[in-house]
Structures are given as structure tokens and as C-alpha cells.
Unconditional design. Structure first.
Length: 217
């Protein structure tokens, strides 16, 4: 995983910890919150691994039951071991496998971020998260005004906080930091929305960011 992608995801988790009194935070506070964010990711990855184990055990038990109750084994003597039988890949199995694949993907992502955050020799991940956070702190009113301007029919205070924070991070990068291509910043924002928010969020976020780029970048 690229360092910038890790920084954006950590920034999103850090933003969830901020309260409305932004002025009170210093860079040292952001550093402490980044560590808490990494721990949150590691804890989340542990939960995802537990989910994988649970799903695997369910599948294993279903396979054992299917084998035990298969007509080929029901006709065998009681003291004989079961013989392997063909198992159809049912939609139930597919759903469980999809759950495990999603959980594994989230776990790998979380571990990549944790590794980049704690082992990066140049501290690039941490520094970029602090850059995003301190820039947002300095320009919060302007950034939220941009979001309100293009959230037609929506009160910014009633937007999903996760969507609002994704937009805030992207606008910080697009309008103020300006050292990454527009397309990369927007694509990464959409990926965060797909991972953490609702099905409708990516199109909503994409529309607002497109208008921000058109008018302010």
C-alpha cells in the first residue's frame, strides 16, 4: 500500500476523534491520535480475522454434515470412515467465502497501514496525516463552506460524518496541499467511501469534489 493511501485512511480515522473545538489541538495531539488510529485499525483487523475463523468453521461443519449425510456414506458400515463426496458450491458457501475475502482484504489493508505508520523510517505517513489535520484545522470554515455550497438541498450538519470527513480530507489535498494529481485524490476519496460509507456515498462525494475542482482548483 502506498504511503499516501495509508495517510488518507489514518486521517479519516483521526478525524472521527476530533471534536468541534479544533483550536485546542496541537501537532503533539495529532501525533497521539494517529497512534490511537493505528491501534483502532489493528483492533479492527483482529475482529475481521475472528470473523474469517468463524466463517471457516461454519463452512467446515457444513461440509462434514453434508459428507456424513450423503447417501454414499449412509450406506457404509458404521465403523468405516467416510469417503469423500462431491460438494456443490452453493450460494450459501459463496456468500461465506465472499465475507472471508472481504474480511481478509480489510485485514491486509489495516496491517499495511499499521506497518507503514510505525516502521516508516522517514515518518512520511505520520507527517502527511499531521499536514492534512493541521491544514483542515486552519481552514475548516472555508472547507465546510465549499461542501455546503455544492451539497444541494443538504444541511452540512445533517450529512453523514464519514462522508463529510472524506470530503474534508480530499478538499484539503485538492485546494491547499496541491501536491497530488486531482484524479488520484478523488479516486482515493471514492475508495474510502466504498470501504467505510453507504452505497450512495461515492457518487455524492464524486459530484461535490468535481465541482470543487472546477471552481477552486
Amino acid at each position: 500500500m502506498q504511503a499516501r493511501r495509508a495517510s488518507r485512511e489514518l486521517a479519516l480515522i483521526l478525524f472521527s476523534q476530533l471534536d468541534k473545538n479544533l483550536e485546542k489541538y496541537k501537532n503533539e495531539d495529532f501525533s497521539s491520535m494517529i497512534l490511537k488510529s493505528v491501534r483502532t485499525l489493528i483492533s479492527s483487523s483482529s475482529d475481521e480475522i475472528s470473523l474469517c475463523v468463524s466463517q471457516l468453521n461454519e463452512i467446515k461443519n457444513q461440509i462434514i454434515d453434508f459428507e456424513n449425510n450423503h447417501e454414499d456414506n449412509l450406506q457404509r458400515p458404521i465403523d468405516c470412515e467416510n469417503i469423500p463426496v462431491a460438494i456443490p458450491l452453493t450460494s450459501d458457501f459463496e456468500a461465506k467465502i465472499d465475507t472471508m475475502l472481504n474480511a481478509a482484504e480489510k485485514t491486509l489493508s489495516a496491517l499495511d497501514i499499521a506497518e507503514l505508520s510505525t516502521l516508516s523510517s522517514d515518518n512520511s505517513v505520520k507527517e502527511y496525516v499531521i499536514n492534512i489535520s493541521s491544514t483542515f484545522q486552519a481552514h475548516k470554515n472555508e472547507i465546510d463552506k465549499m461542501i455546503s455550497e455544492f451539497s444541494f438541498g443538504w444541511d452540512i450538519d445533517r450529512l453523514f460524518k464519514i462522508d463529510k470527513d472524506i470530503l474534508r480530507i480530499a478538499i484539503v489535498e485538492l485546494v491547499y496541499i496541491k501536491d497530488a494529481p486531482h484524479k488520484v485524490v478523488i479516486d482515493e476519496a471514492l475508495e474510502l467511501a466504498k470501504k467505510y460509507s453507504t452505497d450512495d456515498s461515492p457518487s455524492f462525494i464524486n459530484g461535490i469534489l468535481a465541482r470543487v475542482v472546477e471552481k477552486y482548483v
